[in-house]
Write a new protein. Structure first.
Length: 301
């Protein structure tokens, strides 16, 4: 039996979602597991597979409505994905009658998160996610050397250039770098993103954000995602960037901010006491299909 999946996207951050809960068709599909790193890499390959920034596995949960596992396009696992969780919430609501309600709770590697769904014509259009408390200490992020202090404007250098990063974890690590030229965001992310992702000071690697704060308080952002490279959007990255902007006193917390990414915009609200971050944005289901995973993995197919 071929593996059924749904292709979804949140601001162009695209994924293959496989619902592996008991009783769902994907859970009984024959062949290699879609959670296997080699299978994930093959599925996400944009030339020889389906193509995507990652695979999102929906699994049963004892503490929430469902559990989301985030598998990056390189086969590694991420603790959390902001665009992905909105897409999973949409899929749960739109395809499972038991989940057809305006609020859901989804378990992630960053904990159980609460989501409020904006429904129109029986389908989810946008999702607001309580992303929880941003982690701000060296041990929580994590970043070396260990400690309980915050990481504000810490110098990091490569290829003869020095930048200053503020580190934030939204359940996954982020190194946020503000620059004064919005036009160079992507070029900097392409050149320095892969270098900083794997810098020795980040024991779990890191996502890397290059951001520009407009005079209006809106933010332009390009993200080099750990395990995926530059993507059209990154929900946790947008959250971490607004937190970092507040910590650096470029912005004030308590006001909803628009973050503009290559694939569109997200609304981010950082609590005045940094106790929570709320993200609001769209989710869209593109198509449903199935694939013979064994054939995909076979060089003789």
């Amino acid at each position: 039996m071929a593996l059924p999946f749904t292709k979804v996207e949140g601001l162009g951050n695209d994924f293959l979602v496989v619902d592996l809960r008991p009783g769902r068709p994907a859970a009984t599909a024959a062949g290699p597991s879609p959670e296997d790193p080699a299978v994930v890499r093959a599925l996400c390959d944009r030339r020889f597979g389906v193509g995507g920034d990652g695979v999102l596995a929906i699994l049963p949960s004892k503490t929430a409505d469902a559990r989301m596992r985030v598998l990056n396009s390189d086969g590694s696992e991420a603790e959390m994905c902001g665009n992905g969780i909105r897409c999973v919430a949409k899929l749960l609501h739109d395809t499972d009658p038991a989940m057809r309600r305006p609020a859901l709770r989804i378990e992630t590697g960053a904990g159980v998160l609460s989501l409020n769904l904006d429904v129109e014509g029986g389908l989810v259009r946008t999702v607001a996610v309580d992303m929880g408390r941003p982690r701000l200490t060296r041990d929580e992020i994590p970043i070396l050397p260990h400690g309980t202090t915050r990481v504000l404007r810490e110098a990091i250098s490569a290829r003869g250039r020095t930048f200053h990063l503020t580190a934030v974890s939204m359940g996954n690590p982020h190194a946020v770098i503000f620059i004064d030229d919005a036009a160079s965001l992507r070029l900097l992310a392409e050149e320095f993103g892969p270098l900083f992702e794997t810098a020795e000071r980040f024991p779990r690697r890191t996502n890397v954000e290059f951001a520009y704060v407009r005079p209006s308080g809106e933010i332009d952002l390009v993200v080099w995602e750990r395990g995926a490279g530059i993507t059209m959007a990154c929900g946790t990255g947008a959250c971490a960037t607004v937190v970092a902007a507040c910590l650096e006193e470029r912005l004030s917390p308590g006001t909803e901010r628009l973050v503009h990414l290559p694939g569109g915009s997200l609304s981010i609200l950082v609590d005045k006491n940094y106790e929570s971050v709320r993200m609001r944005g769209p989710a869209r289901s593109l198509f449903e299909a199935s694939i013979d995973v064994a054939r995909l993995m076979s060089p003789l197919a």
